[in-house]
Design a protein around this ligand. Structure first.
Ligand SMILES: [Zn+2]
Length: 116
């Protein structure tokens, strides 16, 4: 997945909007020492737009945590898509039908009788 690079001004604008605080919710001040990165609010793999309004600045440790969460959501979306498309592999034995007692017979009108 390629991501666009934006003008420096765009990133500075995001930082200013966030008042230099981490956008993950921890509200820790972003620092050059610790490092910070620009995160896609909705991951690209989950259909998020590669636009400045889908970007936020987060501390590196926070970004790692968010990315791990994104990956689990991406995996889940993949599983759901596969299941929907019917390409999911069969895991384990197929569900066994309860079947029908062969000593009984169901007549066309729905009544059940014991076979002679
Ligand atoms: Zn944070």
């Amino acid at each position: 997945m390629t991501r666009r690079r934006f003008h420096r001004r765009i990133y500075l604008g995001i930082l200013r909007q966030q008042a230099l605080l981490c956008a993950c919710g921890c509200h820790t001040k972003l620092s050059r020492q610790e490092g910070y990165q620009f995160d896609h609010i909705t991951a690209l793999a989950l259909g998020g737009a590669d636009r400045p309004d889908n970007l936020r600045a987060v501390r590196v440790p926070c970004h790692k945590r968010i990315s791990a969460l994104d990956i689990s959501m991406i995996r889940k979306a993949d599983r759901q898509r596969k299941a929907y498309l019917g390409t999911k592999k069969q895991r384990g034995p197929k569900m066994q039908s309860r079947g029908f007692d062969k000593r009984l017979r169901r007549r066309m009108d729905g009544t059940i009788e014991v076979r002679a």
